[in-house]
Design a protein around this ligand. Structure first.
Ligand code: PHE
Ligand code: ZN
Length: 875
């Protein structure tokens, strides 16, 4: 155990910095074994503060070489070097501070700061990585204009990049090359970036709405140049969309994206120089699946949109992280919804929210969208900050309407351009632009936990009224009790017996769409009365998932089936289907499950439907995942969930069997692969059909084998591989895996998918097989994508295999976390997530999991990242 407990930081302790850094001139000299950094900082006293002329800079793992003030080198007595700081005192109003230090990028396995990935140098500074490059005020409210010089042996790194525009490129007298960049927009250092490598580039241009031409460049390692086209296309569409929907124009002459293999997260929005995990940017039809294409489209857009929501207007402190992340996720979701099916996008987002975010909100790491404390900020890049944050912005959009929301966002960008602000300013702009009081609404940012809304309705045939009573409460979360009622927008509709929307008249409420209304639930309990309701209606509540709540409303399987067939809200059709399937799984657990005739007929007609979007159909016909089911059961018994779900799957597949071969044939496409929505939808449905077919019929397995051999795109090849691995004979599964590896061993991203197929298969993944994968030549502890593909997938998806009754699955994960704690603390901490759920498991498993957490806690030298999650989980 560590002797000194890491400090907790509190939002309430925020104070402005003692100095500003108006200009930062950084010279980075790359040598083979080390890198020297010279920072010339023009500092100015913050006269709003009664500062004592003392300045403490952040620094981590830096070898200090020299400090000079206004050109005079200081002696070591004139400053104090702490473990993670450099302090100067007796300072005046303004100085030029020059600091030289040495770093060792090749030894940097944490992937924060400047590091080597494959054959290149790259940086990752958010949240607090810049302090591993140079001593600095590493906090987002210090915004500085950056000039960067990169120096290296001439010819060694043909491409040397930093933020902004390139201003000089020359060979110096000593024969080394020096490339200089200038970024005119003041920015916090977390948006700094630097790249050097032997890279290829795809180039294009974009003309902005005011007619400026912007150069677009995507840099990759040479072998990947044929995988850049789609990202470029997505980038141009994002730029256009942000102009059209938000009125936001790009502001520099060049916009660059760089792909790197070793990256802790998905991508990073550094000003003018986005750095991407290669898995989130590289694609061609042969190597990337449709879902990879969709992910690339969303992430390219997300990072691009940050140029305004994040960079031009940034965060005052890290407690405001959702200010940029929640808003930007909301923006990228709008973009994806416009590019593809809006309903499907909503379904995917809600699936993720319910399985991952609700679990977080109900566990030991629960925190508000605006947290009030943390130990390690890296632990707060969470689904709550991102996805719940986006839901909160989505509710604002729902409350204000399209136009009102746009007025608010315009005001926000105008008012705060060039500033570092808080969530309060964002909401205030929405209030001021719309003349609305959002004080109660702001509780969404302050209160953790998923609110529960209970609904009860009664119909009075004589009075022709429907009475709906809604009650809300938000459960206690660590450090928070006695929560206040939230402002919950609840969209709903009433369906008549034929499945048509009935005109709804209710007070108080407002029209949302022609057929739906939004009720504003603002008290702990409220009753709404609908008038002129001519027949007993079926209620469709929480349409489009209008608020991130758990809705409790009693509906029979017959009512759910009716909604699945008739609801005019696409999201609620899906949701009714999922509830029905959860009910089936529940029945299967108690041994009393069979599909009624009506249910069987409905399934078959969905399979054969040719009106609905095929992607939607594939969601309607797919069972909720095991982790989704787990979220709806307490205590969680993973093996029981798995077996019950398999029972239901088998029943569905057998019901559909007479029609599967024909439907599969119909869904084949003679057209060449394109990553476009209609084709993707058709493939999604075809491959779902294939998986049901292969589950119950050897003809299906034969079809999978043929598809595996003939596929000209990864979507079909991967789907066939999954079917063979999960439903083929052992020999077929082994052979398919071997041939796939043989074919793709030189493509690291495809190999990651190959690892995931094995690690996530309940049938194949055993503790022994995971250990083998960890020994495989394709595995690398230092590469986060590999770690996620094996360990992340195993612990989050192969539930029966992970939750072994002898604790071997838990022990394997704990060993990996202990190992990674020393290599890459952020990765180690992220892998802990499944272990934080121990309290929800059945007692036998719960105790075993807790024991593994305690074992981790007892290790020496725990990183802050791991320490925080483990100690909160055990308290
Ligand atoms: N800010 C990045 C994004 O959401 C995520 C990120 C955080 C990347 C921290 C790296 C490190 O777009
Ligand atoms: Zn982001």
């Amino acid at each position: 155990m560590r002797d000194a407990q890491p400090n907790t930081k509190y939002l309430k302790d925020y104070t402005a910095p003692a100095y500003w850094i108006d200009h930062t001139e950084l010279t980075v000299e790359l040598f083979d074994d080390y890198t020297d950094v010279t920072a010339q900082l023009r500092i100015r006293r913050n006269d709003e503060l009664d500062a004592a002329g003392s300045l403490t800079l952040d620094g981590q793992e830096l070898e200090l070489l020299s400090v000079a003030l206004d050109g005079n080198t200081l002696s070591a007595e004139q400053y104090q070097v702490g473990d993670e700081s450099l302090t100067l005192s007796g300072l005046g109003d303004q100085h030029l501070l020059t600091i030289r230090n040495r770093i060792y990028p090749q030894n940097n396995t944490a992937l924060e700061g400047l590091y080597r990935s494959g054959g290149m140098y790259c940086t990752q500074c958010e949240a607090e990585g810049f302090r591993r490059i140079s001593y600095y005020l590493d906090r987002p409210d210090v915004m500085s204009e950056f000039t960067t010089h990169i120096i290296a042996a001439d010819g060694q790194w043909p491409v040397m990049l930093s933020n902004g525009n390139k201003i000089a490129d020359s060979v110096m007298e000593d024969g080394r090359r020096r490339v200089s960049w200038h970024d005119p927009f003041p920015k916090p250092c977390y948006l700094f970036a630097l790249v050097a490598g032997d890279l290829r580039v795809l180039e294009d241009t974009f003309t902005t709405m005011s007619g400026r031409e912007v150069a677009l460049q995507i840099f990759v390692e040479p072998q990947n140049i044929d995988k850049t086209e789609y990202a470029m296309d997505a980038l141009k569409r994002s730029m256009r969309w942000d102009e059209e929907v938000y009125g936001r124009e790009y502001d520099l002459d060049v916009f660059m994206i760089v792909a790197v293999d070793d990256f802790n997260m998905g991508a990073m929005e550094n000003k003018g120089l986005n750095i991407f995990n290669s898995s989130c940017v590289l694609a061609n039809p042969a190597t990337a699946t449709d879902s990879t294409y969709l992910r690339i489209e969303a992430i390219v857009a997300h990072e691009y949109f940050h140029n305004w929501s994040g960079n031009r207007v940034t965060c005052r402190d890290w407690f405001q992280l959702s200010l940029k992340e929640g808003f930007t996720v909301f923006r990228d979701a709008g973009f994806s919804a416009d590019m593809n099916s809006a309903t499907v996008k909503r379904v995917e987002d809600v699936q993720m929210l319910r399985t991952v975010q609700f679990a977080e909100d109900g566990g030991p790491m629960a925190h508000p969208v605006q947290p009030d404390s943390f130990i390690e900020i890296s632990n707060f890049y969470t689904v709550t900050i991102y996805e719940k944050g986006a839901e909160v912005v989505g509710m604002l959009h729902r409350l204000l309407g399209e136009e009102g929301f746009r007025k608010g966002s315009d005001l926000y960008f105008d008012r705060h351009d060039g500033q570092a602000v808080t969530i309060h300013e964002f909401v205030a702009a929405m209030e001021d632009a719309n003349g609305i009081d959002l004080s109660q609404f702001k509780l969404w940012y302050k209160q953790a936990g998923t609110p529960v809304v209970e609904a009860a309705s009664s119909y009075d045939a004589d009075a022709q009224t429907l009475t709906l009573t809604l009650r809300q409460h938000t459960p206690d979360t660590p450090g928070q009790t006695d929560k206040q009622p939230l402002w919950i927008p609840l969209a709903l509709g009433l369906l008549d017996a034929a499945g048509n929307d009935m005109p709804v008249q209710v007070e108080p409420a407002e029209a949302w769409t022609a057929s739906s209304q939004v009720l504003h639930l603002r008290e702990a309990e409220q009753t709404f009365v609908f008038h002129n309701v001519s027949e007993r209606p079926e209620l469709s509540l929480l349409r489009h998932f209008s608020a991130p709540v758990k809705l409790e409303y009693q509906q029979s399987p017959e009512q759910l089936l009716f909604l699945l067939q008739h609801d005019t809200d696409g999201f609620n059709r899906w949701d009714a289907g999922q509830k029905l399937m959860l009910h089936w799984i529940e029945q299967a657990r108690s041994g009393s499950f069979s599909l009624s005739d009506a249910e069987q007929t409905a399934l078959v007609s969905l399979l054969q439907d040719d009106q609905l979007d095929k992607s939607m159909l594939s969601y309607l016909l797919n069972l909720p995942s095991e982790s989704y089911v787990a979220e709806f059961s307490a205590p969680v018994d993973p093996a029981a969930i798995h077996h019950a779900r398999e029972t239901v799957r088998l029943a569905i597949a057998n019901t559909l069997l007479p029609h599967l071969a024909e439907r599969y044939q119909q869904l084949q496409s003679p057209v060449a692969y394109q990553p476009e929505p209609q084709q993707m939808a058709q493939r999604a449905l075809k491959n779902l059909v294939l998986s049901y077919w292969a589950l119950v019929s050897s003809d299906g397995v034969t079809a999978a084998q043929a598809q595996f051999e003939q596929a000209d795109n990864m979507t079909d090849q991967m789907a066939a591989l999954l079917s063979l691995v999960n439903y083929g004979s052992d020999e077929q599964a082994d052979a398919a895996l071997a041939s796939f590896y043989q074919q793709w061993q030189h493509d690291t991203l495809v190999v990651n998918q190959w690892l995931s197929v094995q690690a996530g298969s309940s049938r194949r993944a055993t503790v022994a097989s995971i250990e083998q994968l960890l020994q495989h030549e394709a595995f690398d502890w230092r590469n986060p994508n590999k770690v996620r593909s094996v360990l992340g997938v195993f612990a989050n998806q192969a539930l029966v295999s992970f939750h072994q009754s002898d604790a071997s699955g838990y022990a394997l994960l704990a060993d990996a976390i202990i190992k990674l704690n020393g290599i890459n603390p952020q990765m180690a901490s992220r892998l802990l997530t499944p272990l934080t759920r121990w309290k929800r498991l059945i007692p036998e498993l719960s105790a075993l999991m807790r024991a593994q957490l305690e074992r981790i806690q007892s290790q020496e030298d725990l990183s802050k990242d791991v320490y925080e999650v483990v100690s909160k989980s055990l308290s």
